[in-house]
Design a protein around this ligand. Structure first.
Ligand code: SAM
Length: 257
């Protein structure tokens, strides 16, 4: 998979491969990262990439021409790398606070693409005419970043760990959000720490009991911490039974504080 990032601050990606997961995905040939400096597409010695907004107001706005020329060149290179068939699995995404909230589901969908192009805005944002050249806009949360670069890094990280062979151990399938629920609590040695013991069932060796306990804890944790996710989750018969059982036994509640 090729991920291209269009940015006016390429230096903000200089340490990207310090992440072992990303480095592994790249070394295994599962991921190629291309950081494109939008300024390289701005004419003249001033490399003019922004201008003041029509209608007045504070701040500067990124101009169409350098961004769209960078995008065209990036798409052409994507065709070379991914081939014609691969290019049909390409998506152009603008990082934007007005975008669709970024989710694990979206990360999984992006991880199946051949070429993902992430465009990072800066200043007051980009000329509105640029947006129609992208497939979608993505937001990483309801707050304003200085630029799209940290958001693009979040997206890249979340995709890289889903690529084959990038994580050393177990599957990512049991993680939070993968089944619409938060992950169950995890414990490691020692079995008792400062008087607090690991739940007995996890030391029982009974895999079926452990599976049911984990599912029950996932349900309780999601209901407590993320009522929005819980409300959207359609309970199976087993899940209903596990919740009813936990509600009958209040000692069974999750300690997340
Ligand atoms: N004036 C814009 C507004 O009020 O919506 C904010 C511009 S922001 C300072 C500059 C750039 O940062 C945006 O163009 C976008 O690329 C990026 N950005 C800011 N917040 C973001 C978020 N929550 N998710 C994704 N990108 C974001």
């Amino acid at each position: 998979m090729l991920i291209s990032v269009l940015t006016i601050m390429p230096e903000l990606f200089a340490d990207l491969l310090n992440s072992p997961v990303l480095a592994r995905a790249v070394s295994k040939g599962e991921l190629e990262l291309e950081i494109v400096d939008i300024r390289d597409y701005a004419p003249g010695s001033f490399r003019h990439i922004d201008d003041s907004p029509f209608g007045g107001g504070a701040g500067m706005v990124m101009r169409c021409q350098p961004v769209l020329d960078a995008l065209r060149s990036c798409r052409a290179r994507g065709k070379e790398v991914c081939g014609q068939e691969g290019a049909s699995r390409r998506r152009t995404v603008i990082m934007s606070p007005a975008g669709t909230p970024y989710t694990q589901e979206k990360a999984r969908a992006f991880s199946g693409l051949s070429h993902l192009i992430l465009i990072c805005g800066h200043y007051e944002g980009m000329d509105a005419r640029i947006y129609s050249h992208a497939d979608e806009q993505v937001s990483i949360g309801d707050y304003i970043l200085t630029g799209g670069e940290p958001a693009a890094r979040v997206v890249i990280d979340s995709i890289a760990r889903l690529l084959p062979g990038s994580l050393r151990d177990a599957s990512t399938r049991e993680e939070s959000f993968e089944n619409g629920l938060l992950e169950y609590p995890q414990y490691t040695q020692p079995a008792v720490y400062e008087g607090e013991a690991v739940p007995e069932v996890l030391r029982s060796g009974n895999h079926e009991k452990i599976r049911r306990w984990r599912l029950q804890q996932s349900l309780l944790l999601t209901r407590k911490m993320r009522p929005d996710l819980f409300a959207a989750h359609v309970l199976t018969a087993e899940e209903e039974e596990l919740l009813a059982e936990a509600d009958r036994e209040p000692d069974n509640t999750v300690s997340v504080e």
